[in-house]
Design a binder for this molecule. Structure first.
Ligand code: DON
Length: 315
């Protein structure tokens, strides 16, 4: 049985290991506001099922969720319109292409492959049938992260909206093929806002704790998300959550995870453990290079791989 101080030590080791890769990547600059992030930042937060919270490095630096928002919008779409409707509009298959790829839309491989790539997420956001989908999204994020002060980063949102030409192309292509229903500009505006919600690793680790415990919050005992929804979200995180690096990350870390170009990764680990990392330096695939390596390190140290031998739990 590990004590919190043992885990604190392992987090420090993970941090050192993660830092050794930072010179091999760079901060996202295709959204001008994101380019302002400090490349030396690296942090992690890990929460055990009893609520014990371990933090290391720059765990408290706020960052925008970016593609991590895709997990929340999928939850909201499944909650509001259900399985049949959502998966009539978006598939469940990994793409092997980059997150903002247009190639499959143009070659008529429709609907979009999965809700974790931009095309699939834009369709998913379009499915959310509520009077104010962004307010409902923000409310869900605040409830699942147990943090009422979570809010939109207005600068990042505006920067994203002004520079989002590729996403605009995706949305209009989807409209021309009758996949996207409704006004593309309105749906894109919601998508950009969702990406620009600001969190810390502790917020996301709290959310990951719920995912890791099949929707049940082990701290309060409340069922926060239906189990069937969590099963879908975690499966898509494992198979598609790290874009065209999902296969490699599944082999090496084996933790259902979702990254964002803001530098965050949310990870729902075995043994009911919630983890989130932050490090804005990205590798070529758009994943946090420090975050990926910290999670791989922790997976080995704490036996967190999805297909690890379950008889030797270490935490
Ligand atoms: O759609 C975009 O370009 C971003 N707002 C989100 C993409 C993203 O985070 C991809 N991540 N790795």
């Amino acid at each position: 049985m590990m004590m919190p101080q043992d885990i604190d030590l392992i987090l420090q080791e993970a941090l050192l290991y993660g830092r050794s890769f930072l010179s091999r990547g760079k901060v996202a600059d295709y959204i001008p506001e994101l380019a302002k992030a400090d490349p030396s930042h690296l942090g992690i937060c890990l929460i055990l099922p009893d609520g014990t919270t371990c933090r290391a490095g720059d765990w408290n630096v706020p960052f925008t969720m970016q593609s991590i928002a895709k997990t929340f919008s999928l939850i909201l779409a499944l909650q509001t319109v259900g399985y049949e409707k959502v998966f009539s509009k978006v598939g469940m298959e990994p793409t092997g292409d980059c997150f903002d790829s247009i190639v499959q839309l143009e070659s008529k491989q429709l609907p979009p492959f999965n809700p974790m790539i931009n095309a699939g997420a834009i369709v998913t956001v379009g499915c959310i049938d509520l009077p104010d989908p962004f307010e409902a999204f923000l409310d869900l994020v605040r409830r699942l992260c147990f943090h009422d002060a979570i809010r939109l980063n207005e600068q990042v949102y505006l920067s994203e909206k002004h520079s989002g030409l590729r996403n605009r192309s995706i949305a209009y292509l989807l409209q021309s093929d009758h996949i996207l229903e409704g006004d593309p500009e309105q749906i894109l505006d919601r998508y950009f806002r969702m990406c620009s919600v600001e969190v810390t690793t502790e917020d996301l680790a709290r959310y990951a704790l719920i995912l890791a415990n099949d929707g049940l919050d082990p701290v309060t005992g409340g069922q926060m998300i239906d189990e069937w929804i969590v099963r879908i979200v975690k499966t898509l995180m494992l198979t598609c959550g790290m874009y065209d690096e999902s296969g490699e990350f599944a082999v090496k870390a084996g933790i259902p995870s979702k990254s964002g170009v803001g530098g965050g990764i949310v990870a729902a680990a075995e043994q009911g453990i919630g983890i989130a990392t932050y490090g804005p330096v990205l590798n070529k695939k758009g994943n946090s290079i420090g975050g990926i390596h910290m999670l791989e390190y922790l997976s080995g140290k704490l036996n967190l791989h999805y297909f690890a031998n379950k008889t030797c739990t270490s935490v």
